[in-house]
Design a protein around this ligand. Structure first.
Ligand SMILES: [Zn+2]
Length: 364
């Protein structure tokens, strides 16, 4: 009985302790969860202040390479994203080969991305509606190696000229000699651009790309007017070649006219520029004729057309009888020089030769 009585008593005594213990535990739990929740909120607030709420965007699917497949295979070669003037190596060789296959490149497969490769790329780009910057970038490469890549079309659509209005045209004469190592950028074979549009004294006649494209446009217009044929006799000349021409003239004057060397040199200087002083060294000058050895060029319809219209295509009649005192070169009606339309039109309208015009521009 005592036990029976004592049991409920003990229960009654225990229950307040148990209740207090449970309450304490509950309070501890509330405090812990409360603190956690507050920390989490603070952290969220902190984060939200720093990180902008992302807006949903369409993201490209990121492909993670399968490591098991890469194991034991050599690491892929890191390829440059583009090839440009100055690039070199095996990839340039491959590019040159491909351009050669398609008829755009005629130079050596030397892996050097120089002016020849650049011109070839540019003509390719031009003929495939790409941005003609002469840089073999991703877009150019895709087209070049695709089934859409076409064999060179001999007459490309002319591109707008890049000669800026502010740029002073190069002046080359006896007082303004080019450096001995001067090689113009973007040299291209005239035939590669003008094709059947013209006749050539040699397949190797070259010029600066921009000038050759302008030449092609000009000859196309002349022929549309019923004026032709046209032959390009001279374009870019190296210093060495100019020296040969000069020496040949001197020798001829000495042998045929009985002149002393100094006499022959002065006579030569009347018609042939000193090496380094020739406009042909710029790659911007061309000697044209009508492919008719029986008639002087000045008496041909080609000359009449050229004298009237060359200005509209960025060319000037560089040496005229009228300006001989200033240019110090006898009239050469066959010699045209590319300066760009902005300049050629202004020179025509002001009747200034290049010496006068450059002096005038520099005085502005
Ligand atoms: Zn000339």
């Amino acid at each position: 009985m005592q036990q029976n009585k004592s049991n409920p008593k003990r229960r009654k005594r225990r229950s307040p302790y148990l209740f207090m213990l449970l309450c304490a535990l509950l309070i501890i739990c509330i405090i812990i969860f409360g603190l956690r929740a507050m920390n989490g909120w603070e952290a969220y607030e902190k984060e939200a202040a720093v990180t902008p709420v992302p807006t949903p965007t369409v993201r490209p699917v990121q492909v993670t390479p399968d490591v098991s497949l890469v194991t034991n295979t050599p690491a892929p070669t890191v390829t440059p994203s583009y090839l440009a003037n100055g690039s070199e190596g095996e990839m340039v060789v491959q590019l040159q080969q491909r351009l050669q296959q398609l008829g755009y490149y005629t130079g050596a497969l030397d892996g050097q991305y120089g002016s020849g490769t650049q011109s070839a790329v540019r003509i390719f780009q031009q003929q495939h509606g790409l941005d003609a910057d002469g840089v073999a970038g991703q877009q150019t490469m895709i087209v070049l190696y695709s089934a859409d890549a076409q064999y060179i079309v001999i007459t490309p659509t002319p591109q707008p000229y890049a000669v800026a209005a502010e740029e002073v045209p190069i002046l080359v004469n006896a007082q303004n000699k080019l450096p001995d190592d001067y090689v113009p950028a973007d040299l291209v074979q005239v035939k590669a651009v003008c094709g059947d549009n013209m006749l050539y004294a040699s397949n190797d006649v070259q010029g600066v790309w921009e000038a050759v494209v302008a030449l092609d446009e000009m000859i196309t217009a002349a022929k549309a007017d019923g004026i032709g044929p046209w032959k390009v006799r001279e374009g870019y000349r190296t210093l060495k070649y100019q020296q040969q021409i000069f020496d040949n003239y001197v020798n001829r004057f000495m042998e045929n006219n009985g002149m002393s060397r100094s006499q022959a040199v002065s006579a030569t200087k009347q018609t042939v520029a000193d090496p380094g002083c020739s406009e042909h060294h710029t790659g911007l000058a061309f000697d044209l004729n009508a492919n008719n050895p029986d008639v002087a060029f000045v008496d041909t319809a080609q000359y009449v057309w050229l004298n009237k219209h060359c200005w509209e295509y960025g060319f000037i009649m560089r040496y005229t009888d009228e300006k001989q005192d200033i240019t110090s070169i006898l009239g050469e009606e066959w010699h045209v020089r590319y300066v760009g339309k902005e300049h050629s039109i202004r020179m025509r309208d002001s009747n200034m030769c290049l010496e006068e015009y450059v002096a005038w521009l520099n005085a502005q």
